[in-house]
Design a protein around this ligand. Structure first.
Ligand SMILES: [Zn+2]
Length: 313
């Protein structure tokens, strides 16, 4: 992996949501996860309120900022955390149409653990994933139909799916509204999109600012809050249904761990041995859970889940 010059391969863009060019700079972020060089101004659009990186690395330069284990591929069994996330997502999807056998597309599916669980329950599944290792794992170990690519590069049927899920994916996309339009076209009339994203309107984001773990510059290109998420789905042709706040406990723990140790939980080879690191993270998780739950209850949760429906006719 070659280093990218902090000054090379950047682009200045209009607002990815409303196309406006008037924005206020909030702060300048750095790559706290991998520690690659570069500074990334985080701005808020004066027109629609979307928060995004500008200027930002070009699509080609961005690839250099993704470490090989950004989406970790299990050596043996899946971790309890990954299983818990996948089970939680399946529960949410099945609650959309209880008892129904659904055709499900998961865009940015990683290794496809969620799709595997959904298939085991009798649903018809398909995945899209840009990460080579994750695609190989999902195909080889789970035998899943995963397309290697992105929403823009893969051929999808029109009106083909009951449900599309995008779990912490949209914030990585250079053009989220056009990705959502592709999803809208691929859904059946009345079909449901469910996506999760970090919440820039959260207590965590306000408290930690440029040190917020979920900022993840420069991999997270856009930062939604409930209002801009609603605008984005409407711009793509959806009827916004509801937005649910989640506690985002993991994001809070990673932020605190990053501050305590100067490295992220995702990075290996830190000064603290892995086992001790995970143990401290586990204890912190219990400690911050009540606070994170309260922030979610009062509409300032660390992440939001957005339910949006394609119009029925
Ligand atoms: Zn805008």
């Amino acid at each position: 992996m070659t280093d990218v010059s902090p000054l090379g391969e950047q682009e200045t863009i209009p607002c990815p949501l409303c196309n406006g060019s008037d924005a206020d700079q909030l702060f300048v972020a750095q790559d706290r996860l991998v520690g690659k060089p570069g500074t990334f101004p985080v701005v808020r659009c004066k027109g629609c309120g979307l928060v995004y990186l500008n200027p930002r690395p070009t699509r080609r330069a961005l690839k250099e900022y993704y470490p090989a284990d950004y989406y970790p591929v299990p050596g043996g069994r899946e971790t309890p955390e990954a299983l818990s996330v996948a089970r939680g997502l399946l529960k949410r999807v099945e609650a959309i149409a209880p008892g129904a056998k659904l055709s499900i597309l998961d865009a940015g599916c990683g290794t496809g653990l969620f799709l595997k669980l959904a298939r085991d329950r009798g649903h018809d599944v398909r995945g899209i994933e840009p990460g080579d290792a994750a695609v190989n794992y999902g195909r080889r170990v789970y035998g899943l139909p995963i397309d290697h690519g992105t929403l823009e590069s893969v051929d999808l049927p029109e009106n083909g799916f009951d449900v599309v899920t995008m779990w912490h994916v949209l914030e990585h996309m250079p053009d989220p509204v056009s990705a959502l339009r592709i999803v809208c076209r691929a859904l059946k009339p009345g079909g449901m999109l469910l996506f999760g994203v970090p919440n820039f309107g959260s207590m965590e984001a306000s408290l930690f600012g440029r040190r917020w773990f979920s900022l993840d510059a420069p991999r997270h290109l856009v930062h939604f809050d409930p209002e801009t998420a609603r605008q984005a789905v409407q711009a793509a042709g959806f009827e916004s249904e509801r937005i649910v706040h989640s506690p985002g406990t993991a994001g809070m723990v990673y932020t605190l761990m990053g501050d305590l140790t100067g490295v992220s939980l995702k990075l290996r080879g830190s000064a603290i041995p892995d086992r001790a690191y995970h143990r401290i993270a586990g204890v912190l998780g219990w400690l911050v859970w009540p606070v994170c739950s309260l922030t979610a209850r009062y509409g300032r949760g660390g992440a939001i889940e957005v339910y949006a429906r394609k119009p029925a006719d």
